[in-house]
Design a protein around this ligand. Structure first.
Ligand code: ADP
Ligand code: MG
Length: 576
């Protein structure tokens, strides 16, 4: 009895299709890529019922010639590469020739296209991969491809699709990913006949960001600068958020390499590192980072969906991005405004968690786009970076905050503890760098430890010794003979255990631990909230803050100051 058979052609293509198209959003992705590759300047994506009912993409690209149109649906048919060597100089998003045949195998397609050098167009109807109809049509140059009843012949796949709003959310994400990095293309997304995204297509990335993520976030962005030591093989552009905007996840990091949206841990880590102590520990900024790099430096082919990518010189790339981000932040004015739009919650122009069901909601989406805010409004603050606080007058309020004035006549409110922490932290870094000196205690100290504390210390003995604590197991406790010099005279005996616990809880690398050590020491050495300050002390605080390298946040990432702008004050008093 035979039990091994060669699969039928159609079965094979259905299986293969599953790797390229697993949900409506991946169809949208492939079609948008084809439109971009065709040199389009206007791409319209229309979907129905989260993409289940129909997906239609219309572009004004070069079109497909009469002779090529049927070939495009054959497996591994591509106009983009001819031989393997072409991969190293690839200029297009597609090259596998997989998308169209895969989509065709699992849907009903109507394609209409006219090539730029032909006077008429071709319309093709395909069902489950088989051409059912072909005719000449009159139409403008470009391509319209309509995918109906996706997965109609793969019922199991339909079952794995999520709700309409989830599928739409994925489609929106795909459209945003391309709209931001191809700002010269006007993208439109329409769902169930309601417009959802519409970019202006000016070629300016900030415009595209405003159109997709909204002006709320765009106002909080700073344009990336090239680092002081550029690398010959790479350039970097994009926007990163001021530290006042941060999130608990990496979801708001948009990384592109050679205009391809990618997931790259190296780049993500580098962005985070670039913020140094400006952000709290587990917080990530909003960032759109576009890296252009010699194609020979990367490997794009490691994932069929071309999402993950590796660098041959990952370390160089890492340091390059860290440099760019930190240079940018150093030169920026980072004082948060008191009156601020709420950017901590997602303020996308496209906020789809509630679909635009009512007419009213739709209108508001539309009006947002009609505002047509352009990048001009958010022009980079050139020559920023210097902290322009006037030496006088200064006032202390609530025994915790120093009120000052900026050279631009804004009112600046400084958190005295956070500011002192920043100053002391930088002093320690400058003095010790990576070095940890210890100081013997006059009398060895034996703290009372809870079982948990005892366990933590015994697990981390070597770490603690490395950080400057001379500890030794004695009976069922620990005796401490020396502590890091930065704490000497700064903390009470009974605080030593707390400090050790903070250090062992930092699971990062040694340099991260040193940061914790110094920031804890800086905290201990700093004036507290609730303490009165003399005028002289306030002056010194402000003067020293002005010379700090990163004056805007404390070493834990909290702001040291906030600003109430003169304009805002005037508005409130109805003078404007
Ligand atoms: P790939 O993009 O990897 O080449 P596809 O299956 O996505 O493979 O497309 C096959 C070919 O069809 C492309 O190489 C291109 O020549 C042509 N094509 C597809 N979509 C379009 C379009 N929107 N405009 C012009 N040509 C297109
Ligand atoms: Mg393609």
């Amino acid at each position: 009895m035979r039990s091994i058979f060669v699969l039928e052609e159609l079965t094979i293509s259905k299986i293969a299709a599953g790797e390229v198209v697993d949900r409506p959003a991946s169809v949208v992705k492939e079609l948008i890529e084809n439109s971009i590759d065709a040199g389009s300047s206007h791409v319209i994506v229309e979907v129905g019922n989260g993409g289940r009912d129909y997906i239609q993409v219309t572009d004004d690209g070069c079109g497909i010639s009469e002779g090529d149109v049927a070939v495009a649906f054959e497996k591994h048919a591509t106009s983009k590469i001819k031989q393997i060597e072409d991969l190293t100089s690839l200029q297009t998003l597609g090259f596998r020739g997989e998308a169209l045949p895969s989509i065709a195998a699992v849907s009903r397609i109507v394609l209409s296209t006219r090539h730029e050098r032909e006077d008429f167009g071709t319309q093709l109807t395909i069902e489950g991969g088989v051409i059912k109809d072909r005719r000449k049509v009159t139409r403008s140059v470009g391509t319209t491809i309509e995918i109906k009843s996706l997965f109609y012949n793969l019922p199991a796949r339909i079952g794995t699709l999520k709700s309409k709003s989830t599928e739409l959310r994925h489609i929106v994400d795909v459209c945003i990913n391309y709209a931001v990095i191809y700002p010269e293309i006007k993208f439109e997304l329409v769902h169930d006949e309601y417009p959802i995204i519409s970019t202006v297509g000016t070629g300016n990335m900030l415009d595209a960001i405003v159109n997709t993520f909204g002006s709320g976030i765009a106002k909080e962005l700073i344009k990336l600068k090239e680092p002081d030591f550029p690398q010959h093989s790479a350039t970097i552009t994009g926007y990163i958020s001021k530290p006042a905007v941060s999130y608990g996840t990496k979801k708001h990091l948009f990384v592109y390499v050679n205009r391809r949206f990618v997931k790259s841990e190296v780049v993500e880590k580098a962005i985070k590192r670039g913020y140094m102590s400006l952000l709290p520990k587990h917080a990530y900024p909003f960032a759109v980072v576009s890296l252009c790099i010699d194609p020979r430096e990367i490997n794009v082919n490691i994932h069929p969906k071309k999402r993950e990518l590796s660098f041959y010189h990952a370390n160089d790339v890492f340091h390059y991005i860290v440099d760019a981000v930190s240079t940018t932040l150093r030169h920026a004015d980072l004082i948060p405004e008191v009156v601020q739009r709420d950017t901590s919650t997602e303020t996308r122009a496209v906020d789809l968690f509630g679909l635009p069901k009512t007419k009213k909601a739709t209108e508001s989406v539309q009006t947002l786009f009609q505002e047509a805010i352009t990048a001009g409004e958010f022009a980079e603050r050139e020559g920023g970076g210097r902290l322009n606080i006037r030496p006088t007058p200064l006032y202390q309020v609530l025994d915790s905050y120093v009120i000052a004035q900026s050279e631009e006549d804004d009112v600046i409110m400084i958190d005295q503890h956070a500011a002192a922490e920043r100053i002391n932290y930088e002093k320690l870094i400058e003095r010790y760098g990576e070095r940890i000196d210890k100081q013997a205690l006059l009398r060895p100290y034996m703290p009372e430890l809870s079982p948990h504390q005892f366990y933590q210390i015994s697990e981390n003995e070597s770490v603690l010794r490395d950080m400057g604590f001379d500890i030794e197991l004695l009976g069922d406790g620990y005796i401490i003979r020396a502590i890091p010099v930065v704490f000497y005279g700064m903390i009470e005996e009974n605080e030593i255990t707390d400090v050790m616990m903070q250090l062992v809880e930092e699971r990062g690398k040694r340099e991260e631990r040193i940061k914790v050590l110094f920031s804890t020491a800086a905290c201990k050495a700093s004036i507290k909230a609730g303490e009165k300050q003399s005028y002289e002390a306030m002056r010194e605080l402000v003067e020293r803050l002005k010379t700090a390298k990163l004056p805007y946040t404390c070493p834990h990432g909290r702001p040291t100051m906030i600003r109430l702008s003169k304009t805002e004050i005037e508005k409130r008093f109805k003078r404007r």
